[in-house]
Design a protein around this ligand. Structure first.
Ligand code: AMP
Length: 574
């Protein structure tokens, strides 16, 4: 597959175009039955979600005609990328699950090349499902991993000694995040010596699990000592399966108490699970911010980033999973979809002019060292769809290019799966500013910071204020309400992380002294920024800048409540 990238890609495109030739979407561009790249590229436009949103809405509302795919739409996958504040809906078809399974099935054979003996123990993986909803026409809408864990591919997977998990399916498939986490942690503790790898999808998820242990170890140890499951775990199927696993074990309970009761949690992962060979978590992209904390808790265990995937399509895998995080590159599998790349040099920033669209680069033609934005055409019917990821070519495996994940476009803040862009942040600040207006107080400048020193991490918004009349300045309570107003205006993925997953902590406003942002500008200029072009950064992460701004903080305020969130979408009807 990786030796014949170009011919595989040609075949994939021809399969997609011939399979979907009768769809309304492709018919619009009058391909006349052509399945070749030149015709496709000259007639079908490169698009973003917003351009197909009306068609997606028709499917959600019950139109079963072949709009994107000749196969029936089996469900919607809800991406963590949002549009107008709500998760994007990605139509998918049944056979996509097989393609995902194919990619999953490559992960352990690759890992086995580097870490022997993984068939001699178990993986402690913290895996979760999320709430699902139905569209007005009854199609399920849920995140891609929820769909996968609930599928037979996962639930009735055949026994494979390389893929034995400590977590029973019942625990993974419980939608209550406390009960699910509690029972998965309990199983991990009970089987601690068998555990050879510890993981979660993203680094933030694993840290959340460690924090959960910090908060709940006493109760967990009590359950282990007594052999009686915490009554807060009320899900009957979990209780039933735990009754087979949980037996009184005083010695293990004492061990857990001894390890957890002190203040020192350094190396806790290897102390509790001493046979762990590596952490299986994604630490590329926005997750790189967690590397130091993971190293602290694990004594620097290797962190394996195994794959690169999205709701739209699964893309590829890391063929050297034990490499350093900074060296991770993903080999794109040419059979998953048809890929194109928009060159993303500093001159064009990936902008596409309608008059002279650039010729997009094919998978086989990307050049080492260059950055590109990923565009995909999938079997489920997305055509020339901009995923929003910026990748850099690092080399080739046979003729398959390997990419480093550089970043997601337009994301300023991310703690977990949330992705907040500049416009959403601006809108949140404006809403908070309107609460300050009756106090004759305005926001002069602001910036933000993803604070991951706390677990869970949280958003920090630094504000410099102009208070006209200091005798009528806003009270602490007013600032707290500003924090909540900001949270209420952020997108639904953020609010779900806050409310249902507890994977983001309360938003914090740090009010800074007058003149702080001018100092920031002076600092940037001293480092070579141009005065004419200087704009206050909307997010800061460079340590000296964060330290400077933190040293000017005059008051801090936290959101007093959780924002509003329900699984129901706000804008299902257009
Ligand atoms: P979602 O649509 O919610 O499934 O999110 C998919 C997005 O997550 C991708 O488009 C990437 O931006 C990001 N992502 C997925 N896998 C990785 C990875 N291995 N490293 C960095 N970012 C990733």
């Amino acid at each position: 597959m990786t030796r014949n990238v170009d011919s595989v890609q040609e075949k994939v495109l021809a399969e997609i175009l011939s399979g979907n030739a009768n769809t309304e979407y492709l018919q619009r561009f009058k391909l006349g039955g052509a399945t070749d790249r030149d015709t496709f590229k000259s007639k079908v436009p490169v698009i973003t979600y917003e351009e197909i949103q009306p068609d997606i809405q028709r499917i959600a509302n019950g139109d079963r005609s072949p709009i994107f795919s000749s196969h029936p739409i089996s469900e919607f996958l809800t991406s963590s990328g949002t549009s107008a504040g709500e998760r994007k809906l990605m139509p998918t078809i049944q056979e996509e699950l097989d393609r995902k399974q194919l990619l999953y099935s490559l992960l352990m054979p690759v890992m086995n090349l580097y870490v022997p003996g993984l068939d001699k123990g178990k993986g402690l993986y913290f895996l979760f499902i999320k709430a699902e909803t139905k569209t007005p026409s009854g199609l399920l809408a849920r995140p891609v991993l929820t769909s996968y864990y609930k599928s037979d591919h996962f639930k009735t997977r055949p026994y494979d000694p390389y893929n034995v998990y400590t977590s029973p399916n019942e625990a993974v498939l419980c939608v209550d995040s406390f009960q699910s986490m509690y029972s998965q942690m309990l199983c991990g503790l009970l089987m601690r010596k068998e555990v050879l790898r510890v993981g979660a999808v993203f680094a933030s998820g694993l840290l959340r699990a460690i924090h959960f242990l910090e908060l709940n170890w006493q109760q967990l140890a009590k359950d282990i000592a007594s052999g009686i499951l915490n009554p807060r775990v009320s899900d009957p199927s979990i209780r039933e399966c735990m009754s087979r696993i949980l037996k009184p074990n005083r010695e293990l309970a004492d061990f857990i108490i001894k390890e957890c009761e002190g203040q020192n949690w350094e190396g806790i992962i290897t102390r509790i699970w001493p046979n762990t060979k590596y952490l299986d978590v994604i630490v590329t992209g926005a997750m790189a911010q967690y590397i130091r904390t993971l190293d602290y808790y694990s004594g620097g265990l290797p962190k394996a980033c195994t794959m690169y995937a999205s709701s739209e399509c699964y893309f590829g895998l890391n063929l050297k999973p034990m490499c350093k995080p900074s060296e991770v590159c993903y080999t794109i599998m040419p059979n998953m979809c048809y890929y194109e790349f928009i060159p993303h040099d500093s001159a064009n920033h990936g902008t596409i002019s309608r008059d002279s669209p650039p010729r997009l680069v094919d998978l086989a033609d990307v050049e080492v060292g260059k950055e590109y934005e990923l565009v995909i055409t999938t079997y489920a019917g997305l055509c020339r769809y901009r995923v929003g990821d910026i990748l850099q070519v690092t080399g080739f495996h046979n003729s398959a290019p390997q990419f480093k994940f550089i970043r997601r476009k337009n994301v300023v803040l991310s703690i977990d799966s949330d992705k907040t862009d500049e416009a959403e942040l601006q809108n949140a600040v404006e809403n908070a500013a309107s609460i300050l207006r009756p106090y004759d107080t305005s926001v002069v400048e602001y910036t933000s910071y993803a604070d991951t020193k706390t677990i869970p991490g949280h958003y920090v918004i630094y504000c410099e204020l102009h208070i006209k009349d200091p005798t009528n300045s806003p009270s602490k309570e007013v600032f707290n309400q500003c924090c909540l107003a900001m949270e209420e205006s952020l997108n639904s993925v953020y609010r779900q992380c806050r409310v249902a997953d507890n994977s983001i902590g309360p938003l914090e406003i740090r009010v800074v002294k007058d003149g702080t942002f001018e100092e920031l500008m002076d600092y940037a200029i001293s480092r070579g920024a141009s005065i004419n072009q200087y704009k206050a950064p909307r997010c800061v992460n460079f340590t000296p800048i964060v330290e400077l701004i933190d040293s000017r903080v005059v008051s801090v305020h936290f959101s007093p409540d959780a924002p509003h969130w329900t699984p129901e979408r706000q804008r299902l009807e257009v």
